[in-house]
Design a protein around this ligand. Structure first.
Ligand SMILES: *Cc1c(COP(=O)(O)O)cnc(C)c1O
Length: 463
């Protein structure tokens, strides 16, 4: 199995190399040269598999010879052992044909644990095999940082530095990062915004001397291994709801287009998916693109679902690559255009293809709150605001009620207690493994937004 870049000008790499590289040299994103597909009979045969056996069946299609079967099984088993529900990704029925897929039973209570528990172990394994060490850096507005820390803590071959904007993440989000005491975890509270944190990561990665000296790598949502791990729960859920004999629809709270792109990959692998619904908050670049054909950047506005407050959806480039028949030169041109003009227009024929693959709808804060309230009143289920966006948009964009609609519940309500309380007057409690979170000791360094200070801190901790 080989991987190619969406911009067509970077070397073809193996699975292992793609996991280590993250972004391609030409600025593109890596994806497999071909997506393997299962037959109906093969999918039917997977119906009774446990989550981890199913994960092995799917993920091993993409790893080539880079990783042995035993090693991969071990990584998968260890990654999903950290989940607190025996089904790992349980489905809950909301009404006659609407379901919640609960993706928040991992360590940090958000679906990002599915990808990062796997990626942390996978990276460590690859580094060990190659006799290498790596320095992982990341910027976070909350959820990614804690999930990355939970996935990388205590791993032998990596030191991890997470930058978050001082005073601008929620208490739960901050504590989930700063109360992890492992020696290889370094939290940096930066004086600045999330964009400042992200710029800092970019500056460090662009400093080739520093980058090579410390073998810097980034944790971000464009790593192929993250997408791959997320493909599994689409299969797992659809199989439980009657696939492959019956099709299922999914509504996915979307920011960077990573999670829903994993659903698209599941469909390409043969899973019968009727609709893939892009659910966004008021930062609705994707919903606007589907409606108008113009992918245009607007300023980020804060919303009740902060993990989806994004300006551009980086993984969308992978989809464009397919829409434009895998023409890397064309994608390079489109992306150059986009950087210059902050927008580009998708040709009508491509747009109609996009609309056959996806539907989209967005929810305002008011609609999000009303959804939390009405869902609680009619079903007793307390939704987090991201999941509420998913339910609202799913109901709006759903074509028929005969097909089961699965709404991805991407976070536990206790992660966003203020929004939940304001909507339905319930204070969601943290699950037992985090109930003493507010009394745990914190470990972080508070720094000015200055690249030399960050570099010094990294150097000091790696020596
Ligand atoms: C990250 C995140 C999302 C968005 O996921 P993408 O893969 O970026 O589309 C949605 N909900 C929650 C709770 C998240 O943490």
């Amino acid at each position: 199995m080989h991987y190619i870049s969406t911009r067509g000008a970077a070397p073809r790499l193996s699975f292992e190399e793609v996991v280590l590289a993250g972004l391609a040299e030409d600025g593109g994103l890596y994806l497999p040269e071909n997506i393997p597909a299962f037959s109906m009979a093969e999918i039917t045969a997977m119906q009774s598999l446990s989550y981890t056996d199913l994960a092995y069946n799917i993920i091993s299609c993409f790893t080539g010879n880079d990783i042995t079967a035993d090693a991969l099984k071990n990584i998968i088993n260890e990654a999903y052992k950290t989940f607190r529900h025996s089904a790992i990704a349980p489905t809950k029925q909301l009404d006659s044909n609407t379901y919640l897929l609960e993706l928040f039973h991992g360590e940090t209570l958000a679906f990002k644990d599915f990808a990062l528990q796997f990626l942390g172990r996978l990276l460590d394994h690859i580094l060990e095999r190659r006799g290498q060490k790596a320095t992982v850096i990341g910027a976070t507005s909350g959820d990614t940082g804690s999930a990355a820390i939970a996935g990388c803590r205590g791993r032998k071959n990596m030191e991890i530095f997470i930058l978050y904007p001082h005073g601008r993440v929620s208490d739960v989000q901050r504590l989930q990062m700063t109360t992890v005491q492992d020696k290889n975890i370094h939290n940096i509270a930066l004086n600045g915004t999330f964009d400042d944190c992200q710029d800092m990561v970019k500056i460090l990665l662009a400093d080739m001397e520093f980058r090579n000296k410390y073998n810097l790598t980034a944790v971000n949502s464009i790593n192929w291994a993250r997408i791959l791990a997320q493909t599994v729960y689409y299969f797992y859920t659809a199989l439980r709801l009657g696939a492959p004999a019956k099709a299922v629809s999914f509504s996915v709270p979307t920011g960077n287009f990573g999670d829903i792109y994993a659903g698209y990959i599941a469909k390409k692998m043969g899973l019968p998916v009727e609709q893939l619904i892009i659910a966004t908050n008021r930062n609705d670049i994707l919903a606007r693109t589907l409606a108008t054909g113009t992918y245009g950047m607007a300023g980020v506005e804060p919303s009740l679902s902060p993990s989806m407050d994004i300006q551009i959806s980086s993984n969308f480039e992978r989809l464009l690559f397919d829409l434009y028949d895998r023409d890397g030169a064309k994608i390079t041109e489109i992306m150059r255009d986009f950087r210059k003009n902050k927008k580009f227009t998708i040709e009508p024929e491509k747009l109609s293809r996009l609309r056959t693959e996806f539907a989209a709808s967005s929810a305002s804060d008011e609609e999000t709150k009303n959804t939390i309230k009405s869902c609680y009143e009619t079903t007793g289920e307390v939704l987090d605001p991201h999941t509420a966006v998913g339910l609202f948009a799913g109901n709006k964009a759903r074509r028929n009620t005969e097909t089961p609609l699965v709404v991805l519940a991407t976070a536990h309500p206790a992660k966003f207690p203020d929004a939940v309380k304001a909507a339905c007057n319930i204070h969601p409690e943290l699950p037992p493994h985090l109930s003493d979170l507010f009394t745990r000791k914190e470990k972080f360094v508070h720094l000015e937004n200055n690249v030399d200070l960050i570099k010094k801190l990294i150097e000091k901790n790696i020596k």
